[in-house]
Every structure is written in C-alpha cells, then in structure tokens.
Write a protein that binds this ligand. Sequence first.
Ligand code: GLN
Length: 249
Amino acid sequence: MCRHLAYLGAPVALAELLLDPPHALARQAWAPRDMRGGGTINADGFGVAWYPQGGAEPVRYRSAMPIWSDAALPALAAATASGAVLAAVRSATVGMPVTETAAAPFAEGRWLFSHNGVVRGWPGSVVKVAGRLPVQDLVTLDAPTDSALLWALVRDRLRAGVPPADAVAEVVAEVELAAPGSRLNLLLTDGAQIVATTLGHALSVRADSDGVLVSSEPLDPGAAWQPVPENHLLAATASTVHLTPLGRS
Ligand code: GLN
C-alpha cells in the first residue's frame, strides 16, 4: 500500500519532505514501519507536485520507477522550494498496472489527490458508483486503477462546487457502502487546505509555527507528531487542524 504526504506552510525544499529526514518519504518507500493490511515495499512509482511561488498551478513530476532509483530527483528536490506540496510513493495492488499515470498525485487545476489503500472487489463492486460519472470521465481515467476512479469521483464533486471536505467524505461513504472492507486513506489539497481521511491505514500530523505536515508515517522522531485516529476526516490549513469522525462531518 502506498505512503503519501501533504505540506502547507513556510517554503521548504522538496528534499526536506522526500529525502533528507530520517524517515522521509523515500525511506518510507522501502522501509515503511506501519503498513497495515499487507504490502511491504512501495516500488511501483512515485509522484510529487508543488505550488510555485506566486500562485501558479502546481507543477507535477511523476514516474513509474521507485523513488530511490530516480537519478534526477535529488538535485531537483534540493533546488525546488515550495510552501505547498503533495507527494506519494506507490505499491500497486495486485492486478493493477505499473505505469506513470497510475502514480499520485492525480491533478486538475489547483487540485491534487492521492489514495492509500484498496477498493475491495475492484472493479465489479464499484461499477454502479462509477456509472454515475460522465462517460467522458470514465474513458479518460488516468489509469485503470481503483485510485484513479476515486479521484474521478472526488473531482466530479469538486467540479460541481461541493466543498472539498464534503466531496471526500461523500466518496468514502459511497465507496465503503458499495465495497465494504475497502481501505480509503484519501488526501486532497488545493495549496491552501488539506483534506485527508483515515480508513484502514496509518496517518500522522505535525502542526507547528512553520506549517502543517500530514504524512502516512512521521518523517522524524520529533515529539510534535500526532497520530490521526482511524475513521476520521482531517481538514487543515497552514495554521489549523480539525479532526471529525467520518460519517459525522
Ligand atoms: N490500489 C492502489 C493502486 O494500485 C494502491 C494504492 C496503495 O495504497 N498502494 O494504485
């Protein structure tokens, strides 16, 4: 299962999230500590997207290769700073393709999205749910994976103007009903707010005067990290964090 993170706050070099800390995302890729429900290594691609200074739309860099094997990443990550970042490393669910477009972040406009988990009974369990999407969205999915469909479901609601926390909570509820036992840790940002869920996987948050960092696993042994309880929705800005039990947001 994947590992992911999102950051909002004072600009940091991407390396400070992906590579440098003792348990940075690149280390979580091959030595995760809390992979609930199986999976050992996140070698099936990675992605990072960051918002440039000045309010432009995010820039995305993805690959189907393991994060540790990308020779261009260390220099890129050291030279690029941003105050809003979403990144993920992927462990493909059995039967799902290993391809760049299946790696998060999924993106549209200012939105970035990632999924850590699995939709049980894919794809049959969610055919009805998917059938409510515009056909155009179904034939242009980023990849034939559960995560890409979850993104299409969230994106459909965002396009309709549904607030992000509601969009995410609704999709979790809908998919959980159709595919019980699914693991649905979703992560969404527009560069100003983060929405995340815990359903089946680990998530921690660190909030301090520099900003907010939400990550599958803490990046360092610092005491400021708090585990996000299971079955919760987290909504954060650079200076606020709210937790609500899922189903009651
Ligand atoms: N089911 C997702 C995929 O194959 C996996 C996401 C994860 O947590 N590994 O893309």
